[in-house]
Design a protein around this ligand. Structure first.
Ligand SMILES: Cc1cc2nc3c(=O)[nH]c(=O)nc-3n(C[C@H](O)[C@H](O)[C@H](O)COP(=O)(O)OP(=O)(O)OC[C@H]3O[C@@H](n4cnc5c(N)ncnc54)[C@H](O)[C@@H]3O)c2cc1C
Length: 460
């Protein structure tokens, strides 16, 4: 088989966690290859148009990414607050893509797009190589250390790691949702409608200075509700084909641009037939929701349907079983861990598997993410980053958010780069070394006794 190349660190998956991991590992001095199955960088945060991190950003690389987006007038860098807690930054997907390309190139990361990892090469229980499938066929990639940031835990599963899928009772995962974007909305009029129907809205966030200009609301509006209106219109005969009973919207970078989160498809994000059906069903739902908005919500009268996000919004697939599985009690109880690598205040955000409801529960000052959640039980030389770390189904509602994904990317990169530089397997790296480097980088770890950052102390 053709040898594609030999590296210090190979990162699989160029979503938020993989991008952060690749840049951090390269900045730590490693020769890095970033493998990505699609033709673009950013995974869900660009292709899925998931441009609002839920929680405070604690990853220095991701902070820098947001700051650079702000520099291009493509992000709102302010700390904001909603009923589910504080969060940093809403950004534009294409500006983020530009920043990612810039930072990956500056760091010297080699990127290979349209390259799917299809097999692992093992020595005993440790990963030593990957087989990738590209347009040219199959080739071998060798490295000293590996990071699985595929979201689906593909590398870990191929290597034989155990994993959890869905909730314990019935194995159902959180549903698949793709955002769709609409242009030419009259945002002041939309906000006035929400205020006039406040009882039917549970989130109405917008800049309080009154204005009639769409320009004053870019990237600063969050609206959730419309439950009663949907019920009433269905009773009057509207054909609402969407298995979700409310709508969430946010403004984008373009004045009058609204991103809508309402579509919902229950299926297995690892199953080819489900994936194909989801692509079509979700489009049909998006057209239905657009018709509803145009007919029944003020501000949408002249709206134009721009797009359904090109990357399917898969919330949940495998959660790789690690040396520790973070639990709902840890997340809700402000858990602190000796091996924590990042303090996370992302809410428990669970879209009911098989149902229509969603919860978004505040976790106060947050919890530490244990490094052991990133270390698969029986597979060595592989570290997990991103949404597939070891978490129970409810804790996952928090750890799947971008702030947590990017923190695990930082920690995975430091551990992998250390392993490569020392010529040892990743299991030989003690978490104290990873934490020492993260402290130097000013990451809040979430260890016992660590001072809570001021911004979180003030959390309501
Ligand atoms: C509808 C929806 C709404 C959301 N809303 C929010 C929100 O408001 N706030 C928030 O913070 N989070 C939100 N999230 C969650 C968050 O966006 C994701 O969990 C997070 O971006 C995942 O990052 P990741 O790097 O783990 O995975 P991904 O972004 O999924 O990236 C994984 C990458 O790996 C690639 N890949 C997969 N398998 C392979 C393989 N075998 N070989 C090579 N490449 C591979 C994929 O193509 C992909 O690019 C939402 C998610 C969804 C779906």
């Amino acid at each position: 088989m053709n040898l594609f190349g030999s590296y210090d660190v190979v990162v699989t998956g160029a979503g938020s966690s993989g991008i952060v991991a690749a840049i951090r590992a390269a900045r730590e001095g490693a020769k890095v290859l970033l493998l990505e199955g699609t033709g673009f960088l950013g995974g869900l945060i660009t292709g899925g148009r998931l441009t609002k991190p839920t929680g405070l950003i604690n990853s220095p690389i991701f902070h820098e990414m947001l700051d650079r987006c702000v520099g291009y007038k493509g992000a709102d860098g302010r700390v904001r607050e909603s009923y589910w807690g504080k969060y940093t930054g809403t950004f534009d997907a294409e500006v983020m893509q530009r920043v990612i390309i810039e930072m990956v190139e500056e760091a010297g990361v080699e990127v290979l797009l349209r390259a799917m990892v299809v097999q692992t090469v093992m020595k005993d229980n440790s990963v030593h190589g990957l087989i990738i499938r590209t347009k040219s066929g199959e080739s071998l990639v060798l490295a000293k250390a590996f990071i699985d940031a595929s979201g689906d835990g593909d590398v870990a599963a191929l290597a034989g790691a155990d994993f959890m899928l869905g909730r314990e009772a019935d194995g159902l995962t959180q549903p698949i949702t793709s955002y769709f974007r609409v242009l030419n909305v009259n945002v002041p009029s939309l906000i006035a409608d929400c205020e006039a129907n406040r009882a039917d809205m549970w989130e109405v966030v917008y800049p309080k200075e009154a204005s009639n200009r769409n320009e004053d609301y870019v990237m600063a509006v969050l609206l959730t509700g419309f439950q009663q209106r949907i019920k009433d219109k269905v009773a009057e005969g509207f054909d609402w084909i969407i298995p979700k009973d409310h709508i969430t919207m946010k403004t984008g970078l373009i004045p009058g641009e609204i991103s809508v989160n309402v579509t919902r498809f229950q299926g297995n994000g690892l199953d080819d037939r489900d994936l194909s059906r989801a692509e079509i069903e979700i489009r049909k739902q998006a057209y239905c929701a657009f018709d509803f908005l145009q007919r029944f919500v003020r501000g949408f009268e002249e709206a134009i349907f721009l797009e359904v996000a090109p990357k399917l919004g898969i919330r949940e697939t495998r959660r790789i079983t690690g040396k520790y599985t973070i639990t709902e009690a840890d997340v809700r109880g402000n858990g602190r861990f000796d091996d924590a690598i990042g303090l996370c205040n992302s809410p428990v955000d669970v879209h009911e598997p098989g149902g229509s409801r969603a919860i978004m529960d505040h976790v106060g000052i947050g919890y530490g993410i244990p490094y052991r959640t990133m270390v698969p039980l029986a597979v060595d030389n592989l570290i997990i980053a991103g949404r597939c770390i070891s978490a129970d189904a409810i804790a996952f509602g928090s750890t799947r958010n971008v702030p947590a994904c990017t923190m695990t990317g930082e920690a995975a990169a430091i551990a992998a780069a250390l392993a490569a530089s020392r010529g040892v397997l990743t299991s030989s790296i003690g978490v104290a070394d990873v934490q020492a480097r993260l402290r130097e980088l000013k990451v809040w770890l979430g260890t016992p006794g660590e001072e809570v950052p001021d911004v979180l102390k003030q959390a309501s």
